[in-house]
Ligand binder design. Structure first.
Ligand SMILES: Nc1ncnc2c1ncn2[C@@H]1O[C@H](COP(=O)(O)OP(=O)(O)OP(=O)(O)O)[C@@H](O)[C@H]1O
Ligand SMILES: [Mg+2]
Length: 355
């Protein structure tokens, strides 16, 4: 055991937090990214794993694809964890980035023995320089998502209160529990996070229905719908580092603190000092990011750059079969021309027969 500041440091396994809901567009990526940045700001050595081929989590923390060695290689067991890590602009936060190849990982994994536990095996070799891993799942209950759930110590399920939310939540809940009972018996920390909440009677009623059914599983924090989240995503920034005082950013910092408190083996409670340090760190990152792509202006049509798509209209026409019409027209023209020339030649033959 290592000795730090005179105290014997506990060798702890990093905590794996999987952010999952098979329903699309409910805030999984936004939650993964902002949670990971907040955990890093709170001093936890964090790794964000982007398991979605859309790679939105990757770009959202300011890393530009392509990723040659990342989540695809990790989840299919091709490359060890440490070789998949990349730096991010945020202290304490590293990334295992997403790539297009992840779209094929489900099929490739399905061909492997014990295909549900490939990621678990890869994460067993995490070095002790990592405290917490946050995994962003794709919007599907495929083999990749199952791997992320089998490896999880905690699951956070973002749910957007909408008319079909409860239905979707039942399905996702059933899948998580199926994984728990079949492969991950120690998975008890399964939480629901209400995202994109609005001040409306309908949202309140839908949220109340979810709370009535799932009780303490619903995190006591709401992430409100706020355009600042979309603005931050458009600038490839987590909202917590662009606008740390905004209501969604404060909600994500609170979520990180609550999860830290619930995961005792993640290195103790988030004390008041930690919280202040976290907020301070986020404010520093916000100052560093100020102005990043903020002067974006849409040019007038005349000032628009030439996209250089010279071949595109021809390709489009070919796809629509318009060039086939042109070819048929030209063919008919040639046949008619041939007929006229033939008729002229025959007339000349009869008028002036060769002697
Ligand atoms: N609190 C919020 N307020 C406003 N917009 C939000 C909020 N949270 C997320 N969004 C926006 O909603 C959209 C969907 O969010 P996000 O990409 O996080 O969902 P997802 O579940 O990861 O989607 P997918 O299933 O496609 O991976 C994004 O455009 C995001 O910027
Ligand atoms: Mg996503």
């Amino acid at each position: 055991m290592a000795e730090e500041n005179g105290e014997v440091a506990k060798a702890t396994k990093p905590t794996i937090i999987t952010v999952f809901n098979q329903k699309g567009g409910v805030g999984k990526t936004t939650t993964s990214v902002n949670l990971a940045v907040c955990l890093a700001a709170l001093g936890k050595r964090t790794v964000l794993v982007d398991l979605d081929s859309q790679s939105n989590a990757t770009t959202n923390v300011g890393v530009t694809p392509p990723i040659s060695t990342g989540a695809y290689q990790l989840v299919t067991g091709k490359v060890p964890f440490e070789d998949c890590l990349r730096k991010t602009p945020f202290e304490n936060l590293r990334l295992v980035g997403g790539s297009d190849e992840l779209a094929w990982a489900d099929i490739e994994l399905a061909l492997q023995p014990e295909c549900q536990a490939v990621l678990t095996r890869a994460l067993e070799k995490i070095p002790d320089t990592v405290d917490v891993v946050v995994i962003d799942c794709p919007p599907a209950p495929g083999v990749v998502s199952v791997n992320a759930l089998v490896a999880a110590d905690m699951v956070v399920m973002p749910v957007m209160p909408s008319p079909h939310a409860l239905d979707g939540l039942h399905k996702a809940w059933w899948n998580v529990n199926r994984v728990r009972s079949s492969y991950n018996h120690d998975l008890h920390s399964i939480y629901i996070l209400l995202t994109m909440t609005e001040e409306s009677e309908l949202t309140n009623r839908l949220s109340e229905d979810i709370i009535a059914e799932f009780g303490h599983r619903v995190m006591p924090v709401l992430v409100p719908r706020d355009n600042v989240v979309i603005e931050a995503a458009a600038r490839d920034l987590p909202v917590v580092s662009m606008a740390p005082q905004s209501p969604p950013a404060r909600a994500y910092l609170r979520l990180a603190e609550l999860l830290l408190n619930r995961a005792s083996h993640m290195g103790g409670e988030a004390t008041g000092t930690n919280r202040d340090l976290g907020a301070e760190k986020l404010a520093v990152w916000a100052a560093e990011n100020e102005g990043r792509r903020s002067n974006l202006a849409i040019p007038e049509p005349g000032e628009m750059p030439d996209p250089g798509w010279t071949e595109a209209p021809e390709l489009a026409e070919a796809a629509l079969g318009r060039d086939a019409g042109w070819k048929i027209g030209a063919g008919i023209g040639l046949v008619l021309l041939g007929a006229v020339l033939g008729f002229a030649a025959a007339s000349a033959w009869f008028a002036f027969p060769p002697t």
